[in-house]
Each structure stands twice: as C-alpha cells, then as structure tokens.
Write a protein that binds this ligand. Structure first.
Ligand code: PMP
Length: 399
C-alpha cells in the first residue's frame, strides 16, 4: 500500500491547510500524539526527577528514564550510554571542551567543509585554547561527496568530527571508512547525526563512532532536547560537560565526588518533557517508516528534483549517491532571499541563506542558496505549487 501523508495528525495542516512547510531540516512540525504525550507528562507526572521521596517525583523519574530507554532502543543502543542534552550545539560544545585528550600545540582536528557551525565553532574555540590545527575534508563540487581525506588523517589527528548528512545538499556521507581509519589512528570520533536521524534507522554502535548526537526537534520531537550516545570508552574517560547538582555522590567544601555512569552528563534539572517528547517523536517516526515514509519522501524529492532541473534559470547543488530529502538551489537572476520571500507570499515556507554552513558556501563561492526540505506532511500537490510559484516569479520578474 502506498504511503498516505498523515496530515490529520498535524494540527497545522488543519488550521493552515494552505501552508506548504518545507523547512523540516531546520525543525520538524510535531505530530499531535507527541504533543499529547508532552501535555500528559506535565499534567499527570511532572515534578523534579531523581531523589524524590514522593510518588509524583518517582513518576516523573520513571517517565524520564523510560524516555532514555526508548530513545536508546530507537538508535540501537543501551540506555546506559544515552544522555539527554539541551541541543546538538550544546553537546558538541561539551564534547569539545571535555574530550580526554592531553592537547599539544599542533594537534589536529579533522572536520569537513559540510559541517554546520555547531560542529565548527566549538573546535575553533578549542583550537584557539591549545594552538591546534583544524583540517577540513572538502566537498566535491561535481559529486557532492566528501573528497580525499586519507592525507588529512595522521598521528597528529586527535579528533574526527563529521556530519552524517549535509544540511545544505542533503548528501548522506559514507563516513564509516573514515571513522574506522580515525579510530585506528587513536582519534576520538564524533558523528553529528542531526540531519540524518529523520531519514534513516540509526544504528549508532555500527557507525564506528565514539559519540553520536542529534536534536529531537529534527525528528518530530520538540526543542530543548538532544540525544547523545557515547561509546563506553568515551563515557568512562570524559569529564562531565557541566557540573552541579544531581551528579555527585558527596561534596565537601573543597571537593566533589562524581557519579560515574551516564548521569554524570546531566547536571541540573533535565528537560524531562522534551525527553518524553523525543522518545515519542522517534517512536512516531519509526511507525511512519514502517508505513513507507522513506520511499515516499525519496519519490517526492525526485519529483521536485526533476521539475527544478528543467528550469534553466535555477542551479541545483549536487547531492551525493545517498541523500536525505533535501534540495538546495540558487539562481544567477534572483537572490536566494528574494526567492524565499516570494514563496512566502504564496504560503510556501523554504529557507534561504548560508544555513549555518558558511564554509561550504565559501568553498563553492555562493553567497546564499534556497533549501527545500521534506517531511511526512508534504505532498506531491505542494511540490507542484512550489514549482508553479517559482515559474510565476520567473515570468513576472525576469527580463
Ligand atoms: N548539526 C546539523 C547538521 C544541523 O543541521 C543542526 C541544526 N540546523 C545542528 C547541528 C544544530 O542543531 P541545534 O540547533 O538543535 O543545536
């Protein structure tokens, strides 16, 4: 049976049926069942978690720990290696500052030109602190795939931190050989899965990484929660990202003894509601994948790709052999922001700009691109509307 986009499960599809939302790579809209779970948590279980001596506090703790187990199961992991963080950005900052490396000037960190700023700035800060060298695997302009990397990996490489999929081109990179080689060199390996999580069944233990992270708001959950998986080795060796309440076994005026398990990465009051929603969003996503979401979105993407390709005034950015349902393009005739503003007037939401990945656009000498990203609530009719609106703009404004 072919996939039916579950429009009735999204409130915005009911009260704003004319809105074509094509910005899910930034944030997905949230299914009603996830919102219901979130509300139910706040109405019926909410309290501060852990160490509660009353029933409602225990219920909240139970919700939180169940969310951890559910998220772990959704990515092929055990709960003891999954922590909740505020965002992919905060997790990458925490990792950068707390990786157990005895830094020496000249040590190297390997990234790619496709990284989101969230996976660049924390390393730039660290590099400035210890006089380190950042190296970048370039992105091939023709194929959209990662270029040569072997010569960039050596004994000075202490960290390899790469995105699994580009938030601009949608290419899903074949990271596994790079990560395997990096681990052989003794480097810590980190995967930013923020753009991949909604489009593939993550099996974190099989990637060959020491850390895998994604934000729940990109997988039908809500903002304020990221899932961070850590290898046993990194979990044991890393210091907590932040310190404070909830992660100690004892504190004196001069010293604190910290817990040793995954909870050491969760100082302070956690965002329990967002964690509950993260688990619910991933479960919802898994259900949709079983109904055929992946193939549906790839077909939709193909429809859009073919249509855009026929417009000579648009240039599509290359996308690799494997890709998420994300397409970016630009025009020599119109600025990206003008295209997005025009589409907005037609109730079509796309994103224009550098998409927090300025290195890639600099490498390719592009000031800005328009990005269309697809999710479960998009339809073939919306793709037709998008293309028709682009054509109408072209006819009206082109010389
Ligand atoms: N990495 C990638 C690849 C992303 O697309 C994003 C979000 N645009 C992030 C990191 C940052 O995620 P967050 O804003 O949730 O921290």
């Amino acid at each position: 049976m072919s996939y039916q986009p579950p429009l009735e499960q999204f409130e915005f599809c009911q009260y704003q049926p004319e809105l074509a939302y094509f910005d899910s790579a930034a944030s997905c809209q949230v299914p009603q069942s996830v919102l219901t779970k979130l509300l139910d948590y706040y109405q019926h279980q909410h309290a501060n978690v852990h160490r509660a001596s009353y029933a409602r506090g225990r219920a909240a703790t139970q919700c939180y720990e169940q969310a951890r187990r559910d998220c772990a199961q959704a990515i092929g992991a055990t709960a003891a290696q999954v922590s909740f963080q505020a965002s992919t950005t905060s997790a990458l900052n925490g990792l950068a500052q707390q990786l157990p490396v005895a830094w020496q000037a000249g040590d190297e960190i390997l990234l790619s030109s496709a990284e989101h700023h969230a996976n660049i700035l924390p390393w730039q800060r660290l590099a400035a602190q210890h006089d380190l060298r950042l190296r970048f695997i370039s992105l091939d302009r023709a194929s959209g795939e990662l270029g040569e990397w072997q010569h960039l990996l050596g004994p000075r490489t202490k960290v390899v931190s790469l995105t699994l999929a580009s938030n601009i081109t949608g290419t899903r990179f074949a990271l596994e050989p790079i990560l395997a080689a990096a681990q052989q060199q003794g480097a810590w390996t980190i995967v930013d899965a923020a753009q991949a999580v909604a489009h593939e069944q993550l099996a974190v233990t099989q990637l060959g990484a020491d850390a895998v992270v994604f934000s729940a708001h990109k997988a039908y959950g809500v903002a304020g929660c990221a899932v961070l998986w850590l290898s046993q080795a990194l979990l044991a060796a890393s210091e907590p990202f932040t310190v404070g309440g909830g992660i100690v076994t004892g504190v004196t005026k001069s010293h604190a003894n910290l817990v040793t398990g995954i909870h050491k990465f969760e100082a302070g009051t956690p965002n329990v509601g967002a964690a509950v929603a993260a688990a619910s969003g991933l479960a919802w996503l898994q259900q949709q994948q079983q109904l055929g979401l992946h193939d549906y979105l790839q077909a939709l993407r193909q429809q859009l790709w073919q249509q855009l390709q026929q417009r000579a005034w648009l240039t599509l950015l290359p996308t690799g052999k494997q890709h998420t349902p994300v397409i970016a393009f630009y025009s020599d005739e119109f600025q990206a922001h003008d295209i997005a503003t025009w589409l907005d007037q037609h109730q079509i939401a796309v994103r224009a700009g550098h998409h927090c990945a300025q290195i890639l656009l600099q490498d390719w000498q592009l000031p800005a691109v328009v990005r269309v990203s697809l999710a479960a609530y998009n339809t073939p009719a919306q793709i037709e509307r998008l293309v028709a609106a682009l054509d109408a703009g072209w006819q009206l404004f082109a010389d």
